[in-house]
Ligand binder design. Structure first.
Ligand SMILES: Cc1cc2nc3c(=O)[nH]c(=O)nc-3n(C[C@H](O)[C@H](O)[C@H](O)COP(=O)(O)OP(=O)(O)OC[C@H]3O[C@@H](n4cnc5c(N)ncnc54)[C@H](O)[C@@H]3O)c2cc1C
Length: 362
């Protein structure tokens, strides 16, 4: 989308290859931002207020200056396709990519029956599940979501639930997201940060329990479902191999400690475009800020992995002791050192300093 909006790319030949035609609503993206972004025309719903619940702390968070926003996957796919439909320099090809590689001058993509070369390839395909090196952590954020509709009004569409930790924590860090888009419709999502996935029925039982025990709803219809698994890891993913640039989850853009990806993809894409437009050789490097947040993510993963402290307690302390905007800036990798220190002061120094030292000497 960003390429489509920049005149620099008007005369560049762009080939988009995907094995899927992207005609189903296979996911819902939620993220926060301060200013209207490039996807503003397709925002499905937004919230300024969100509940936080746990057994030790509950509050209504005022997220301003941020808005928590929701986009339907199908709307994003259609929006991008529509915007590119009238452009003769953009071609779509639905095919399976077998491999990508690069030499010094050109990048090459191999499909099953043909291949192409280009100045650059932007690859978001994770060709195989990466092996976790010794000393690194690999948790999975896995979730099952239902969009439910009720006959009677049950929801406040102005109030989302960012995290509800009151559900059982027996598998590890576990919470519910609740995103009401009207008084009778909401996305309710059961989310875990653990090593292993659950059986399908366990997600469904947990959703049913939550809907009846906490939302007190017995009569509802499931109108849509989604399931996802996002890596939460401090292992390094490739950023770039010559003229192949890795993006998305394949480029390590799932935040290790939260699993949020959407806005990190937008930021990286913005940086790539800036670099191409200004005529610089495209070189994706980790900045000092990236390294700082990578360390913080490693520390949190260390604590969660070793179960020295549970996720519900960590997030409760953080939200109890900090204004939501500081927490959101921190989760966005945008907080400054003063704000980082305030967040760190919210959690027990004994546990977190030990974990930090372990990560620093690894
Ligand atoms: C259900 C769900 C909900 C999510 N919700 C959120 C959220 O609320 N907030 C958030 O920050 N993140 C969320 N995420 C995580 C993340 O934002 C998404 O997974 C996002 O789509 C990742 O982008 P990506 O480009 O890495 O991968 P994808 O969007 O999966 O894109 C990869 C593309 O590669 C194609 N492909 C794969 N293999 C091949 C092949 N061999 N040949 C050709 N094409 C291939 C696929 O068809 C796909 O279109 C969610 C993920 C899921 C699954």
């Amino acid at each position: 989308m960003r390429m489509l909006q920049h005149p620099f790319f008007d005369d560049k030949k762009i080939l988009v290859i995907d094995q899927s035609k992207k005609i189903t609503n296979d996911r819902t993206w939620c993220f926060w931002e301060k200013e209207p972004g490039i996807f503003e025309p397709i925002i499905h719903h937004q919230w300024q207020y969100a509940n936080f619940f746990s057994d030790v702390y509950s509050s209504i968070l005022d997220l301003s200056p941020y808005q928590y926003k929701m986009i339907h996957g199908i709307d994003l796919y259609s929006y991008v396709k529509q915007a590119s439909a009238s452009r003769t320099n953009i071609e779509w090809r639905y095919a399976i990519v077998k491999s990508v590689n690069s030499n010094t001058d050109r990048a090459n993509v191999e499909l099953e029956t043909e291949s192409f070369t280009a100045d650059y390839i932007f690859n978001s395909i994770l060709f195989e599940q990466p092996k976790t090196p010794k000393g690194k952590y690999y948790l999975q954020q896995h979730f099952k979501g239902w969009v439910i509709e009720t006959k009677e009004p049950h929801f406040d569409p102005a109030l989302a639930t960012f995290m509800d930790f009151r559900v059982s924590q027996k598998h590890g860090t576990t919470f519910i997201y609740l995103m009401p888009t009207s008084s009778t419709c909401a996305l309710v999502e059961y989310t875990l940060f653990t090593e292993a996935l659950l059986e399908k029925e366990e997600y469904e039982t947990a959703l049913k329990d939550y809907i009846s025990s906490y939302l007190h709803i017995t009569d509802y219809k499931i109108v849509q479902e989604e399931f996802g698994v996002i890596p939460m890891t401090n292992m390094q993913f490739p950023l770039q191999e010559g003229r192949v640039i890795y993006t998305g989850i394949a480029g390590g853009q799932a935040k290790g400690s939260s699993g949020y990806v959407f806005q990190f993809i937008q930021k990286r894409t913005g940086q790539i475009i800036e670099s191409l437009v200004t005529g610089n050789q495209l070189s994706i490097q980790k900045t000092w800020n990236d390294k700082k947040f990578h360390l913080y993510d490693s520390v949190l993963l260390n604590v969660l992995h070793s179960r020295k402290m549970h996720g519900d307690e960590i997030f409760s302390r953080i939200f109890q002791k900090n204004p939501p905007r500081r927490v959101l800036r921190f989760l966005d990798n945008e907080s400054n050192l003063y704000e980082d220190l305030q967040i760190m002061r919210s959690v027990p120094s004994g546990i977190f300093l030990t974990a930090a030292l372990q990560e620093l000497i690894r």
